[in-house]
Design a protein around this ligand. Sequence first.
Ligand code: AMP
Length: 220
Amino acid sequence: MAALRVVLLGPPGAGKGTQAKLLQEKFEACQVSTGDILRNAVADQSPLGKESSEYIKRGALVPDSIIVKLVTQRLKQEDCAKSFILDGFPRTISQAQSLEDMLKKMGSELHSVLSVQVPHDVIVARLAGRRTCKNCGALYHLSFDPTSQEGVCDRCGGELRQRDDDREETISERLKVYDAQTAPLINYYRQRGLLREIDGVGNVEAIRDRVIRALGDLVT
Ligand code: AMP
């Protein structure tokens, strides 16, 4: 199978995590979700978690230096050697520049950046109903993708929880941060000829088909 090295770019709630998991399975790529890594670190009360938890709670970005170190370590691991899906990174121009540098040092480069576009009102509805399995990390939505038994993961029977930063007051802060700090990456990657854009409104399968179509030539 051809190598696939992509960034999924989009506001919180655009469906990056869901699509990254699907791509990971289909293309045998490693999925690097900086949000997941940070949340696990917070749950483990590790030094990284202690440093990051206040930023996450507020809906602010964790400092670039912490994030870049974390991604550099992750991309050096064996399962990322050929293909990777970056989900939630880069989130600032400075992180994008660091990514370029780190890949250059590794003799590697990005193939594409997929921008998933979703209007803010759809995002608010998605995030407010989003639930995650505490045990296996599977993603659900109270209205759009409910579990068969309320509060219980269909896959592993684990308990579902709502992310602290998916509460309404933090959602608007995260969207402000996205507009100010992350949205400029769309032009940054467009100028580099790496950007592909898809409509992120619709059900999981419809969006998955758009993702595959948008990346299709890279993997055949
Ligand atoms: P996510 O799960 O991608 O929505 O990330 C959840 C939270 O983790 C964000 O609101 C930030 O506080 C933090 N975070 C995740 N990725 C990054 C990143 N690349 N740069 C800075 N902070 C991040």
